[in-house]
Write a protein that binds this ligand. Structure first.
Ligand code: KG4
Ligand code: ZN
Length: 341
């Protein structure tokens, strides 16, 4: 059966076709990053309007790429939340309209479940159970994954997400949006010994994160260093990256110890950070575990992970006549294992 996956929860329009027998058939993505960069961050209304412009052409593109006619689709899966409500409603409306016209099942997918299951799209994928570190612009959480729909949140951020902290700190350093990759590139040129920033929440037990204090520490430090020269900016970037990486790695070590899991998955945009990957690989090895990460295109938002998660949930489709359903907030722990068909 072929499932069409639609992702429109934030600033990426993602579409893919997943076949339960042959795997992924085709995918297409449009990123709105350039459009939002002008404004220094995601503007929700602009995001919704751009999804409206891009979604139908992208669906036509994947059908053409895979030489699949829309009448051959077996189900439509779409991101129903969490995310920007206007953006989600674009995907939900198109999905419900198409599923109604074609008379096929409509499957709502939890965006974070998409991220959690993305490593399963790779040939070398982890077995259940595993621990996942989800680090994106909007989320930072550690999740114990016992199977599809069996998720226990071990800890999450109390304030800023890790990606958000990268972006805000990058802004303080005069780098553009999104600042994570630019800050990481600058950090490579920085000295690891010149500045030391706090490691938030490391001296407390538990698996919670907090990053807003770190951003404030950078702001305070920068004030004492003006006027900033290029080397100093690089040294501050390095101190910031080291503090975030150390914090995330330490909590991952605790999670592996606590759960005894043999697999550690890293997903979300910050998962592209090389220094984080290197550190987590070492942490995993010292806990007799292995580090898995989806390819970079499946770390960030994409349609493939939604098509795949939808295919895993083919028994969970809505009942016609379809209404347009989306939720800005939706806890991962509200999910249940899929209904078997
Ligand atoms: O998962 P994602 O593409 O979008 C969502 O937030 O859903 O994550 C984007 C975040 C941004 O905050 C970006 O700055 C950060 O991931 N990011 C990085 C790197 N690449 C992307 N942060 C640190 N180092 C990187 N190499
Ligand atoms: Zn995401």
């Amino acid at each position: 059966m072929i499932t069409l996956g639609i992702e429109t929860s934030c600033d990426e329009t993602g579409v893919a076709l997943y076949c339960s027998e042959k795997g992924l058939l085709a995918e297409a993505l449009h990123s709105q990053v350039e459009m939002h960069a002008e404004h220094g961050g995601v503007v929700p209304e602009l995001a919704s309007r751009d999804h409206i412009r891009k979604l139908l052409p992208l669906i036509q593109e994947v059908l053409a790429k895979a030489s699949v006619d829309k009448t051959e689709l077996g189900a439509i899966a779409y991101t129903a939340g969490p995310g920007l409500i206007g953006a989600l409603l674009v995907g939900a409306s198109v999905a419900a309209g198409l599923a109604t016209t074609l008379g096929i099942p409509l499957i709502p997918v939890h965006h974070m479940e998409g991220h959690l299951l993305a490593p399963m799209l790779e040939d070398d994928h982890p077995d259940f159970p595993f621990v996942a570190l989800l680090v994106s612009g909007g989320h930072t959480m550690l999740v114990e994954v016992d199977g599809v729909g069996q998720y226990t949140i071990l800890g999450q951020t109390l304030d800023d997400a890790a990606g958000e902290a990268f972006d805000k700190t990058a802004k303080l350093l005069g780098l553009g949006y999104p600042g994570g990759p630019a800050l990481a590139a600058l950090a490579v040129k920085g000295s690891p010994d010149r500045f030391t920033l706090p490691r938030p929440m490391l001296n407390r037990p538990g698996l919670e994160f907090s990053f807003s204090g770190l951003k404030t520490a950078v702001r305070d430090l920068l004030k004492t260093l003006e006027p900033l020269d290029d080397q100093t900016r690089a040294d501050v970037a390095r101190a910031f990256e080291d503090a975030v990486v150390d914090t995330l790695a330490n909590k991952c070590a605790r999670a592996l110890k606590q759960t005894g899991a043999r697999g550690l998955v890293i997903a979300g945009g910050v998962g592209a950070n090389r220094s984080l990957r290197e550190k987590l690989a070492a942490i995993a090895a010292s806990h007799e575990a292995r580090l898995y990460y989806p390819r970079p295109a499946y770390c960030t938002d994409n349609g493939a992970m939604i098509a795949y998660a939808g295919a895993c949930r083919s028994g969970d489709s809505l009942t016609p006549p379809y209404t347009i359903e989306a939720k800005a907030r939706w806890s991962l722990e509200d999910l249940k294992p899929p209904v078997r068909t």
